[in-house]
Ligand binder design. Structure first.
Ligand code: SF4
Length: 376
């Protein structure tokens, strides 16, 4: 049997990267560590005792900039003491799309709502903070739509709404309300975030908000200005319903929401066959209707005013597919161990913005040095 050690990092990485690995590798009888507040997301029951060192190290939630001592060693020692003789397994950054989509279940009935919004406001400097969600919510409610809020009260306290996810959570549970709201939403609108990935897992029609057209394929300087690859393609790959990137302010986004709710359907057909043809020729055409054709690497939006092709593959798709060799690992290790941003105690990088120790990052085929200090 295996003990899966808890993973402390950002919620978005948990949803998109860690959970698929867990759902693919966990077997009945194995033991799971994790945040008990997220227990409905896991494939089996959580041993909450393994989370205690992380809760002590990060009492206000995970913060990658915080010197938090040897919580990881503490977790390992605790796992060995509680479950002697078991193998230990920990998530290592890898190629996430090797793992199949997790078969997540919604704990309870869907809560019916027109639009779920996911305001985002993190305690650290983040370019996604501060989008005017309250303005958008007011516009939607003025149109007679019901608005639900996913996520946490701390990120949404200024946003008017009809339903709020946390009102449906039990004490110590931070996800059941969000899962029920998402699963009952006619449309989910978020930034490129954990909620976007959850909505994709649940096959909810969704719009994902980016600063400018095309940003859904780029690395953007977000968390503390560290460039981060946007993950729209992952949502597109998982969501079998409508999934479109959008941009603009509250007025433009409200228009996009009304179009998606009232006038847009997924249509059949090869994009190559329809890219240069008017929507009126398509058999699914009706007056005023918008059609969306989808393929693994692109979308075609067909409107009476013309067609728009939207590629979805990341522009920075030069990721290596093989692990680094021993010489590369050694060179990366030297660079990190002599770097002013390296924290020797917990073996972490202050700039990386992830939950991984440097010893793991240097072995990853996908990790990057955010300061470009690793030899190429
Ligand atoms: S990954 Fe880069 S910035 Fe981080 S510790 Fe290593 S060399 Fe320094």
């Amino acid at each position: 049997m295996t003990v899966f050690l808890p993973w402390p990092g950002h919620f978005g990485d948990l949803i998109r990267d860690v959970l698929p690995w867990l759902w693919a590798t966990w077997k009945p009888g194995d033991l799971l560590g994790g945040n008990p507040a997220h227990a409905p997301l896991y494939p089996g029951p959580i041993d909450a005792r393994l989370w205690a060192p992380i809760a002590r190290a990060f009492p206000d939630g995970y913060d990658y900039r915080r010197e938090a001592g040897d919580w990881e060693g503490e977790v390992r020692r605790l796992a060995v003491a509680l479950h002697p003789g078991h193998d230990l397994a920990t998530f290592i950054p890898g190629r996430p799309d090797l793992f199949p989509r997790p078969a997540m279940l919604v704990p309870g009935d869907p809560i019916l709502v027109d639009v779920v919004l996911a305001p985002r406001r993190k305690p650290y400097i983040d370019a996604k903070n501060g989008w005017p969600w309250a303005d958008l919510a007011a516009r939607l409610r003025a149109q007679g739509l019901t608005v639900g809020l996913a996520g946490t009260p701390a990120e949404s306290d200024t946003c008017p709404a009809n339903l709020r996810a946390w009102d449906f959570d039990q004490p110590g549970d931070a996800v059941t309300g969000t899962l029920r709201l998402l699963s009952g939403a006619r449309l989910v609108v978020s930034q490129d975030s954990a909620i976007a990935h959850l909505a994709a897992l649940l096959d909810r029609p969704q719009l994902i908000l980016y600063p400018r057209p095309g940003d859904h394929r780029r690395r953007l300087p977000i968390r503390d200005a560290i460039p981060t690859q946007m993950r729209f393609h992952d949502c597109h790959a998982w969501n079998r319903a409508l999934c479109l990137p959008i941009h603009g302010g509250p007025a433009e986004v409200a228009d996009a929401i009304l179009e998606a709710l009232n006038r847009t359907i997924l249509a059949d057909g090869r994009i190559a066959d329809w890219q240069a043809r008017p929507v009126v020729n398509h058999p699914d055409h009706r007056p005023g209707r918008t059609l969306v054709l989808r393929e693994p690497d692109r979308l075609l939006v067909m409107r009476p005013v013309g067609n728009r092709l939207i590629p979805v593959l990341p522009l920075d798709d030069d990721l290596p597919s093989v692990p680094p060799d021993a010489a590369t690992i050694a060179a990366r290790t030297v660079a990190c161990h002599t770097c002013p941003d390296h924290q020797p105690g917990p073996d972490r990088c202050r700039r990386c913005g992830c939950g991984f120790v440097v010893a793991e990052r240097t072995r990853s085929p996908f990790a990057r040095c955010p300061a470009s200090r690793w030899p190429r």
